[in-house]
Design a binder for this molecule. Sequence first.
Ligand code: FPP
Length: 247
Amino acid sequence: MNKDNAIELKNKIDVNRLPKHIGIIMDGNGRWAKKRGLPRTAGHREGVKRVTEIVEAAYNLNVQYLSLYAFSTENWKRPKNEIETLMKLLIQYIDKEIEKIHNNNIKVQTMGDLSKLPLPVIKEVNRAVELTKNNTKMVLNIGLNYGGRDEIIRAVKNILDDFKLGKIKKEDINEENFKNYLYTKDIPDLDLLIRPSGELRLSNFMLYQVAYTEFWFSDIYWPDFKEKHLYQAIIDYQKRDRRFGGV
Ligand code: FPP
């Protein structure tokens, strides 16, 4: 499919029924590289290029929230050099893109325990968050040392702290205000979750926020994921009948 097909697909999207919040589990970088006889890190490098393109495509469509799974709480099990490359790529991405992101009025947010990341990464991420904190066109929410279970456990601990301080009563805890204890407290639930690479699982991504999310899976590896795939996912999403438990 060439660029013209991408435009054709884009034109099929009903701009009045866009998913407000799209999440992407960017998977398949390693397999993409292996298929080409390249080191896994080459897949991550190519994957970053897709991050740039997909952020831009989502922004041009007026998607309001885009959540990307960049590094999970489980990814620490990977070889040291791969972790180091991922951290370097993150710094390079912010360094290269932050000016454009800021000029485009995009707010960068993160979810996950940043304190465990290398100091240069923390500094660069904080710089991006601070610089863009008042931007309003789109939120780019990046999962860094993020795990859905970890997020829920952290929420429970924070609720217990507030309980001890008398800030919250047991009977006050409900689905709505539980959200205030999540990393995504200012972000609506996910409407559409995209997972390329042929895996049909959640891998600990936004477990609380996917209760009524539409899933879109594809065999394409993340480094091959182009804007046309994003458009196709949105077109398919718009064909779904979302009932949220109703009829
Ligand atoms: C999964 O592919 C991908 C990751 C664990 C890292 C995703 C990170 C990036 C695309 C780059 C950095 C992010 C930003 C926001 C600049 P995999 O390695 O698990 O692939 P495999 O399943 O084929 O081995």
